[in-house]
Design a protein around this ligand. Structure first.
Ligand SMILES: Nc1ncnc2c1ncn2[C@@H]1O[C@H](COP(=O)(O)OP(=O)(O)OP(=O)(O)O)[C@@H](O)[C@H]1O
Length: 286
């Protein structure tokens, strides 16, 4: 599959903190999930790729454009849609006015064509009927869809989404998942999230980050397979468990190093993710 975004050796320090430490990656069309604990460097990576902050080291390209030059940076910005963690919606604007304002910033200068594009993206996120309503009168899920519509203006080839489903109830999250899946058709999407379920359901590839480094890059099935043979059931909390809890059926579900005669269970992507983080912490401590 065509590589659309590449990064090589990205580094960024904030004082003594290495927010990005030698990050290299390749993205292809479709939705790639970015998982990592708080402070892993996910937002920093997204901000660098969105050209919101420059890296101290390394380079990257987006759809063949190199943001290291001012012309390249301009082209990257034109091919980019970015939904930041706090989108900065103006509460007194209507949904239409806000998305139109973003479209102006994106240099869609022809008023008629721009308004047509604003209506198109608001329809795409299912907000066509409430486009005249003030943002402060919209629900949390609707506001998040306004922010997604703003990111989709101009039909960008690369979409960067920073924890877009945070704070949404399950129904809104599912609705948002549908929209992200739709946005990922024929487009490269990088989705930062704490929801392993979003990754399992949506993503064709997944990256795991911790302490500024990429620990894993592969398919969701490959991440899940990391926990094969390491999830088991027991009647009491098992000594080799890195995590274990009593489930609704009364037995314990354990993740870690099982005894030889363990009754193994089917792993989930979350198990693979947790064990990937745990294995790396154990290596660092050794
Ligand atoms: N502007 C900044 N100034 C100083 N330190 C920063 C700044 N931005 C991020 N950091 C630090 O860099 C590290 C990576 O932060 P980042 O926000 O990228 O992590 P994250 O994986 O997105 O976390 P979360 O899931 O909590 O959003 C953290 O240690 C954070 O405290």
């Amino acid at each position: 599959m065509t590589t659309t975004v590449t990064a090589s050796g990205l580094g960024l320090r904030y004082g003594g903190t290495r927010a990005l430490d030698d990050v290299s990656l390749r993205l292809t069309p479709g939705v790639t999930g970015l998982l990592g604990p708080n402070g892993a460097g996910k937002t920093t990576l997204l901000r660098v790729l969105a050209t919101a902050v420059p890296a101290d080291r390394g380079s990257f390209t987006v759809l063949g454009h190199d943001p290291g030059t001012s012309r390249g940076r301009h082209q990257v910005r034109r091919s980019l849609g970015y939904l930041p963690q706090t989108p900065g919606l103006h509460p007194d604007f209507s949904a239409f006015e806000f998305v139109d304002y973003v479209a102006i910033l994106k240099e869609l200068t022809d008023r008629t064509a721009r308004h047509r594009e604003v209506r198109r993206v608001l329809e795409e996120v299912d907000l066509g009927d409430v486009r005249g309503r003030r943002i402060k009168k919209l629900s949390g899920g609707m506001r998040q869809r306004v922010a997604l519509a703003a990111a989709l203006v101009g039909d960008p080839g690369f979409l960067v989404l920073d924890e877009p489903t945070v704070g949404l109830d399950p129904e809104q999250r599912m609705r948002f998942r549908e929209l992200i899946a739709g946005a990922g058709e024929g487009r490269t999407v990088l989705l930062s999230t704490h929801q392993t379920e979003d990754v399992a359901m949506l993503c064709h590839r997944v990256l795991v980050m911790a302490r500024g480094r990429i620990l894993f890059a592969g398919t969701p099935a490959e991440l899940t397979a990391r926990a094969a043979g390491r999830v088991w059931s027991s009647t009491e909390r098992a000594p080799g468990a890195k995590a274990g809890w009593r489930t609704g059926t009364g037995s314990f579900r354990n993740v870690g190093d099982p005894p030889a005669d363990a009754e193994l269970l089917e792993p989930t992507l979350e198990d693979g993710y947790l064990l990937t983080l745990d294995d790396v912490s154990a290596e660092a401590a050794a």
